[in-house]
Structure formats: C-alpha cells, structure tokens
Design a protein around this ligand. Structure first.
Ligand code: UN1
Length: 509
C-alpha cells in the first residue's frame, strides 16, 4: 500500500518537463537543446539538455582551481553538515528523483527506490566518515619533537559516472570528493543528464558553493578527455567500461605535471556457482533476481550460472518456469518486473548477442512479451545453455543469463575459468557444504562474494562494493578505505625543545 501511494506520487512527478544545462559560474551556454526521450516510449520527450562546449569546460576548470583552497580549508565538519543536509533534502524529494529515474533511465519504481536510498546512504556515509577522518593524529616519536599526521583534499576532482546508477553512483562519487575537501567537476553519462542536473542543483541548495561543484554534461571528448589530460586535475573517479578506464589511466599517466590518481569501478563477467547440495528453488530465485533485476544493467549482475550436472535439469526447467512469470513493460507500473534497456545501441548489441546465442547455444527460455515490437527499447530476458564459458567473449550488459554445466570433478576448472576472464567483481555461491563454500570464496578473485543469496544490491557501509583486476582499481565504494583515496597526507614534525622556540605552538592536538 505504501508502494502504491509512492507510485502515485512518482507518476504525478513524472509529468514534469525537465531541463539540464552546464552549471558553471561565468560561462554562457549557447548550445542547442537536445531532447531526451523516454526509453519505455521513444515518442515521449521527457526533457531537454544543453552540452558544455570547450570554452565552458575551460571556464569550469579555472573556477574549480580558484575555489579549491577555500573549500579544502573549510572544516571537515562543515563540509559534512552540508552533504548530510543534501541527504535529507534528497530523501524528502524521493518521488521526484524516482520519477526522473523512471523517465530518463527506464528504471522500475522498486529500482528507483533502491537508487535514491543508495544515493542518500552514500551522502550520509561519506559525511559521517569525513567528520572522523580529518582529525589530526598525533604520532609517537622521540622526546623533544611532536609529530602530527594531517589529511586534506588532493585538489580538483573529475567525477565521471554511468547511466545505470545515474543518481547513486553520481552522488556517491561527488559526495566523497567534496567531503574530502576537493572541488568537483561532475560529468554525468550522456543518457542521464537530467538526473545529474537535479542532483547537483540539490547539492547547491544544501550549501555547496557553485564553483566547488560544477556540472558538465557533454560528450567524452569535449568534457571527459579534455579534463583528464589537464594537469590541474588532481584525480578522477570513474565508473563505466574497462576500456574507458584504460584510456583515462593512460591520459593521467601521460601528463607532464602531477600524476593524477584514478579510482575506477568497471565491468564484470559475474558468475554464480551452484553445486548439487544447493536448493534448486533458491538457486533459481537468486539467479533470476541477480540476472534480470534492472534489466540486467548492473555491473554486479549474474551473467553465468555454473550449475552442477546432478541438479542442472531441474534448475533449467524451474528457471524457464519462473521466467515465464516475468513481466516486461512500462517501468512506471508496479506490476512490471523488467523495464526497457537504456537506449537503442544497447538494444542493438543485445539483439546481435541473442542472434549469435540462438545459433551457437541452446535456448532455455525467452520471456514472452509484446513490448519488443513496441516503441520503447525493450529486450526480453533470455537464458541459454553454453558448452563452455569460452563462448562468451565479452561482458553482456543486459538481461541474458548463460548456464554452464559442470561435473563433480570440475570445480577447480570452473574456478579457473572464472578467474581467466580477468574480471573480478561479484560471485554467487550456492552450496550447503562449508568446505566447498570456503574453497570457492578463497580461490575466486572477486571483490564481492555472496553465499546462498542474490549477488546484487550491495548496501553502503555493509557490503562495500568494487572489484579486482579488469573490474576496477579499488578502493571499494561505500567502504572505509574509499574516502582516504581522495585525500593527501602531510606530516608536521616540530622541535618542541627550548631551541624550537615558538614553533612548538604549531603542534596540533
Ligand atoms: C553497478 O552496477 O555499477 O550491488 C554497481 C549493486 C549496487 C552496485 C552496482 N549497489 O547492485
């Protein structure tokens, strides 16, 4: 009932005609208005945005450099209070943000709730952490001197975020960078500018100075590449494809001046391993939720179900039965399980993959729907049995689950195959044998391992999220080591003997 009431508020908010444009003090924005269409019905325009041109990007960078020192000198507790105030405002405006997620990103209402929740959690988490992190720490040393370790912001940060978590990851990166004392240039994904704009406006309203947080919608070359190669940028927080992370890394490394820091969260080829001791009903329930929630557009999503052959027939039969119950359609309806995919490029990629799978693999099920022929970017969830993981050459970012069967003596080979993908984000394990769980968890190189449950929906502060190797640089978002990465350390050593004179007054703490 509560969800019904929320859905009514969301659908009322969804009638807004949204706008977005660069938020850069002193810049004149003159670009054309670009229409945003609803992924669930391309005939519907939900808003307009304007891109930042090179002059606007340059102006933003100059503003950020000028604003950096004062923001860094603002007490961490004051920065935290502003960010926590933004969390309160966002929570109070949940229906509007969910409506944006539904209309611009095609998210279902439950996904929209989770998205806003996660964004609010990130704001509060980094705010709270900043209150503790910037307290100067006295370090032990010889008598006659005092040693103090002090953290501060690194400098101007660029935050480049993905369309699949257009509010949570966008706000999370920005909150961490701001809390740490860095001025931020925020570049949203090109598919989700309206959401990014609303989030930045809200942070300004909460008290973040306009030159400290600037909004730069636009293309990767004009905004992203121009910024990451500029030595005035101290660091980049990026979530997106592994290839783009590589390009950013090269660009940061190639600069003549200061080496920039990269915090990247990238792709996955996430597996779920089920052995013959697992409960087939549970395996199917968790596989469906992990593979098809958010139309499979999570980097945490399960892509490959490795199921032991003793239970494989039962699992695939039940999987087909459960998939028949899924409803693909309008994300604004509470009855919808799977909304549209983000855009027609995603649709094209998924259709090409399905065509290849129809030829090279054994179809288990395709969810029946009329929507694939309708006016939105709809792609019905599908499942296939593969002969081996080698048939999957790349991450498939959408609602496709691949099933691979294994025999009792092949568990090590399964683990080796997963590690050989080079990705290491999430892993699901379904087994009721402790030794098996321990062995798999110890050997598979991933960031987030989930046992006998689904493998999506990492909660801020509870399951810090992020992977290894091709899946990212770490540290994990929503974990205790993330915020320190946005900071730089300074030690101050003071001679406290009489010879040190008044300098001893410098000792902190
Ligand atoms: C992503 O898909 O980019 O575990 C991150 C989850 C989210 C994080 C996913 N909290 O589903």
């Amino acid at each position: 009932q509560q969800l019904q009431a929320l859905a009514a508020q969301v659908n009322a908010a969804a009638k807004t005609d949204w706008r977005a444009a660069p938020l850069v003090p002193g810049a004149t924005v003159s670009g054309p208005n670009i229409a945003v269409s609803n992924p669930a019905d391309r005939r519907e325009t939900v808003g307009q945005w304007q891109a930042a041109d090179s002059a606007t990007v340059e102006r933003a960078l100059a503003n950020a450099v000028a604003a950096q020192d004062a923001w860094n000198a603002t007490p961490a507790a004051s920065r935290a209070a502003i960010i926590e105030h933004a969390a309160d405002l966002m929570e109070a405006r949940m229906p509007m943000f969910i409506a944006l997620c539904t209309k611009e990103a095609g998210k279902t209402i439950p996904d929209g709730v989770a998205e806003v929740r996660e964004a609010v959690d990130f704001l509060r988490y980094y705010g709270q952490q900043a209150r503790k992190l910037f307290v100067p720490e006295a370090l032990p040393g010889p008598t006659g001197e005092s040693n103090t370790l002090q953290l501060s912001g690194r400098g101007v940060f660029v935050c480049i975020s993905p369309w699949n978590f257009p509010l949570a990851i966008f706000a999370g990166q920005i909150a961490a960078a701001l809390a740490a004392g860095n001025a931020v240039l925020a570049k949203p994904a090109e598919q989700t500018n309206l959401i990014g704009y609303a989030a930045v406006k809200l942070l300004h309203e909460a008290g973040v100075p306009e030159a400290v947080l600037q909004f730069l919608p636009g293309d990767g070359a004009t905004v992203g590449a121009a910024l990451t190669k500029d030595p005035r940028v101290a660091g980049v927080a990026f979530t997106g494809s592994t290839d783009t992370a590589r390009a950013i890394n090269r660009s940061l490394a190639a600069r003549d001046a200061a080496i920039g820091v990269l915090i990247a969260e990238t792709g996955g080829q996430n597996a779920l391993i089920a052995d013959s001791s697992s409960l087939p009903e549970q395996v199917v329930k968790d596989a469906i939720s992990s593979a098809f929630t958010s139309a499979g557009q999570r980097c945490s999503a399960a892509r490959v179900l490795f199921v032991q052959d003793d239970i494989a027939d039962k699992v695939t039969t039940m999987l087909a039965g459960a998939m028949a119950e899924l409803k693909v359609g309008d994300p604004g309806l509470l009855s919808t399980d799977v909304g549209p995919v983000i855009d027609d490029d995603a649709l094209k990629m998924l259709r090409a993959h399905a065509e290849r799978m129809d030829r090279e693999a054994t179809p288990i099920a395709t969810v029946a729907t009329d929507n694939e022929a309708a006016h939105g970017s709809f792609f019905a969830p599908r499942a296939y049995t593969l002969n081996s993981l080698d048939q999957l050459h790349q991450e498939i970012f959408g609602p496709v689950l691949h099933v691979v069967r294994w025999k009792a003596d092949q568990l090590d080979a399964v683990i080796d195959a997963i590690n050989a993908t080079g990705y290491g984000l999430t892993l699901g394990i379904h087994s009721r044998i402790d030794e098996t769980v321990e062995k798999i968890a110890a050997r598979v190189k991933v960031g987030n391992c989930y046992v006998n449950r689904n493998q999506i929906g990492a909660v801020v502060g509870v399951q810090p999220f992020g992977g290894q190797n091709l899946s990212g640089t770490g540290p994990k978002a929503g974990g205790p080591h993330y915020l320190p990465r946005f900071t730089t350390e300074k030690t101050i050593t003071v001679n406290t003997t009489a010879a040190g004179g008044n300098a001893s007054l410098l000792t902190l703490g």
